[in-house]
Ligand binder design. Structure first.
Ligand code: GRF
Length: 212
């Protein structure tokens, strides 16, 4: 008889848009061997495909709009509380177009990851694919990192390289990046869920198998 599987890690995913990265995680988490369960999906705006994807899969959703709070700090605290209600082990920002603030990081710093469609430290911010295209780089990609107080600056968990083609526009380039980004996200969120890791300065290390 094999040993019982440990409980899957509880994951809350935050989204702002179409949610194709979320969908990749939902699909992966359908396999018990993945080791993670998406317990809720939150957003900073209503009526987005990301939330509808969650609803179609029977996953709880919540929305915290900045406009419904007196200021950014109050929104940040409300977001942290809404996430905390689902008791996550790990929080994944998957196309979440807001910066989390001090209250959120006090609670979930070190166990919140974000994905960025560029190879950090190049091209941080909202226009990663466009800035890469305009700069004329031949290789760009996606970066999974642990969220800190900066814009796309946290310790890097994983990166994937993607070629820029001569006839790319922002849409074709971003779509090619997203294909690789989704695979990277699924692979590494799974590892973060299943394997003990430490963050030492900017370096993330997974515990060697024989010690875990
Ligand atoms: C991803 O490329 C993400 O890195 C960026 O926005 C995109 C979100 O795509 N910030 P989706 O909503 O997961 O389809």
């Amino acid at each position: 008889m094999s040993a019982p599987r440990p409980e899957p890690a509880r994951i809350v995913v935050l989204v702002s848009g179409s949610g194709t990265n979320l969908q990749a995680l939902i699909d992966a988490a359908g396999d018990p061997a993945y080791g993670a369960r998406i317990v809720a999906v939150g957003a900073d705006r209503p009526d987005i495909e990301g939330l509808r994807r969650a609803e179609r899969h029977g996953i709880e959703t919540f929305v915290e709009r900045v406009a419904d709070h007196p200021d950014r700090a109050a929104w940040d605290a409300a977001l942290a509380a809404a996430v905390a209600a689902h008791e996550p082990d790990l929080v994944v920002l998957a196309g979440f177009m807001k910066l989390t603030g001090p209250a959120f990081l006090a609670r979930y710093g070190g166990r919140t990851v974000n994905t960025h469609p560029a190879l950090s430290p190049s091209f941080p911010g909202m226009r990663g694919p466009q800035d890469a295209l305009e700069y004329g780089v031949k290789v760009t990609g996606a970066t999974l990192f642990v969220v800190d107080a900066g814009v796309d600056t946290g310790p890097i968990v994983a990166q994937v390289a993607v070629p820029v083609e001569d006839d790319d526009d922002v849409e074709t380039l971003h779509e090619r990046i997203k294909t690789s980004e989704r695979a990277m996200l699924v692979e590494w969120v799974g590892r973060l869920a299943r394997e003990p890791f430490t963050i030492d300065g900017r370096r993330i290390r997974f515990q060697p198998k024989e010690l875990s």
